[in-house]
Design a protein around this ligand. Structure first.
Ligand SMILES: [Fe+2]
Length: 180
């Protein structure tokens, strides 16, 4: 994907932006990484959607077609996705302000935790299981998925380590499941 894939991005007032120049196919995780990094430099596309809520994590759909979807997520330290996967989708995340934490579950051991500070980005395939939380007030991130999210797996891990998966719609806000 060219570095200027979004150079012709068009934003229509009141409508989702049209991202031109994307290839007519699913994007791999490296291409998704390029996409979120390019969008980070296009605040005209996402800035007006920024808002924060401790109770319900604020998010906005920036774009969706048959191959890719793009979201803006806004975080407070109270916001927590819970453990989840992205079913068949690859994904990429770019932190445009603040700081997030990404955790990966480790059965029988300490979970892995990585700090994603402003300017950091990462990508993953469908095999990836993680949990994301806001660690700084007023954090903002851009997320892209391909194929577009449709179902996700949401996990609970009980105190004795038993892990269960629940299939949920992408339209359901991810939040921690009650853990036994
Ligand atoms: Fe995720």
């Amino acid at each position: 994907m060219s570095a200027d894939v979004l150079s012709a991005a068009v934003e229509t007032p009141g409508a989702a932006p049209c991202l031109t120049g994307l290839p007519p196919r699913a994007l791999d995780k490296r291409e998704l990484l390029d996409l979120v990094n390019e969008l980070a430099d296009r605040p005209d596309v996402w800035r007006r959607h920024v808002a924060f809520s401790d109770g319900e994590r604020h998010y906005a759909s920036l774009y969706r077609d048959e191959y890719v979807d793009v979201w803006l997520l806004c975080w407070t330290p109270e916001n927590d996705t819970g453990w989840h996967d992205h079913d068949i989708s690859s994904g990429a995340v770019r932190v445009v302000s603040g700081e997030l934490a990404e955790n990966n579950p480790r059965i029988g051991g300490e979970h892995v935790e990585v700090a994603l500070r402003e300017g950091a980005s990462m990508c993953f395939g469908p095999e990836h299981i993680h949990r994301m939380t806001g660690t700084a007030p007023a954090s903002v991130s851009i997320h892209a998925y391909s194929p577009p999210l449709w179902r996700l797996g949401q996990y609970s891990i009980s105190d004795d380590g038993l892990m269960r998966r629940l299939s949920v719609s992408y339209a359901d806000e991810l939040r921690p499941l009650d853990e036994d």
